[in-house]
Design a protein around this ligand. Structure first.
Ligand code: UDP
Length: 351
């Protein structure tokens, strides 16, 4: 059975494509390459460059390839960015999801996996479970929550089952070195810290030290992208096996403060770098850590749930990006459209 992966040329989508291929699925990726990379879609997956919000295109791709399952990653994903561009976030994350759902219903797609986020929750001192009331504090979180609501309503009205995966803080890179976070304007903590360690940035800022947390720094649950990718494969096989629709947290149930993360980055890289204190960032929550009982009850067994492992894999990828950027243009990730493959972005199941 072939599945359609929107946004499969991006960071989490790209790792999930690898996991799907590893599990023997056939994969078609639909990605407009606005932030994704062509090299991120290895053979035998097929890339169609286009918009996940293009009704006719999605209908055609689904019909031609007899697709019964869609994994929908295509989205804008940066919390601070969403305050500057709320309309862009509502268009991409909410409106285009509505269009994708319309296509899925009209073509009788049976299963939908949706990339949601812990940003739908409010801050919590205790572990957050899926039935905690959603109360997003950013346009990003609200746009994702709107999409969740649509998916649930569509699932109730039509013959389509869904798995909504709420990601906590995703980091790390493919342990086999085939993919990693490659966005050049990254804002995520581990990426920013690694770029600072490698001298790509003169220093980094920590946003806020006056949170009501044990050390005053914001606390997050960092999940390795490969464990998250495997959660998608599991979620898909649940739906394909006839399970009921579900919403599930994807995290490890373990929180680290920003300060602790920076310390681990310094320890893993063995590089000291300058860290400055800055004011809180809009929309940042004090603490969000997953209750992951539901995902574990599905049989999910994380393999890379040490923060130092997450950082080590992310560091290896950063080193590859740095190496690739020193190569002549054809192999460089610094080419204008940055679609060339940096390194091991090839598919190799046996590596
Ligand atoms: N953060 C920081 N400095 C940075 C990037 C992030 O202090 O350069 C903090 C941010 O304020 C938040 C945590 O790190 O408390 C995680 O932020 P990130 O952007 O990685 O993910 P988010 O939780 O916003 O999805």
């Amino acid at each position: 059975m072939t599945c359609l992966v929107t946004g499969g040329a991006g960071y989490i989508g790209g790792h999930t494509v690898l996991a799907l291929l590893d599990a023997g699925h056939q994969v078609i990726v639909l990605d407009d390459l606005s932030t994704g990379f062509r090299w991120s879609v290895p053979d035998p997956a097929r890339l169609i460059v286009g918009d996940a919000g293009d009704l006719d295109l999605v209908c055609r791709v689904v019909r031609t390839n007899k697709i019964t399952s869609i994994l929908h990653f295509a989205a804008k994903t940066v919390v601070p960015d969403s305050f500057r561009d709320p309309l862009g976030y509502y268009l991409t994350n909410a409106v285009k999801t509505q269009t994708l759902l319309a296509a899925a219903v009209s073509e009788n797609v049976r299963n939908l996996i949706f990339s949601s986020t812990a940003a739908v929750y409010e801050s919590s001192e205790s572990l957050v479970s899926e039935d905690q009331k959603a109360d997003p504090e950013s346009p990003y979180g609200r746009s994702k929550y709107m999409a969740e609501c649509m998916i649930k309503d569509v699932g109730a009205a039509y013959n389509m089952r869904y798995g909504i995966l709420r990601y906590f803080n995703v980091a790390g890179a493919d342990p086999k070195g085939r993919n990693g976070q490659s966005t050049k304007t990254a804002t995520h903590l581990i990426k920013v810290a690694l770029e600072t360690a490698l001298g790509k940035r003169p220093c980094m800022e920590i946003f806020g030290n006056d949170y009501p947390t044990p050390d005053g720094f914001a606390v997050r649950d960092y999940i390795h992208v490969a464990d998250l990718a495997n959660a998608h494969v599991l979620a898909l096989s649940r739906l394909q096996g006839g399970a009921e629709s579900f919403t599930v947290n994807c995290g490890y149930s373990r929180g680290y403060s920003v300060r602790e993360v920076v310390d681990v980055v310094k320890a893993v890289t063995e590089i000291d770098f300058e860290v400055r204190l800055a004011p809180r960032r809009a929309g940042d929550l004090a603490s969000v850590v997953a209750n992951s009982d539901r995902l574990r009850s599905f049989g999910w067994r994380p393999r890379y749930d040490e923060l130092s492992t997450i950082v080590r894999h992310a560091y290896q990828w950063e080193l590859e990006l740095a190496r690739a950027s020193r190569l002549p243009d054809s192999d460089s990730v610094n080419t204008p459209d940055a679609t060339d493959r940096p390194v091991g972005g090839s598919y190799n199941r046996t590596m």
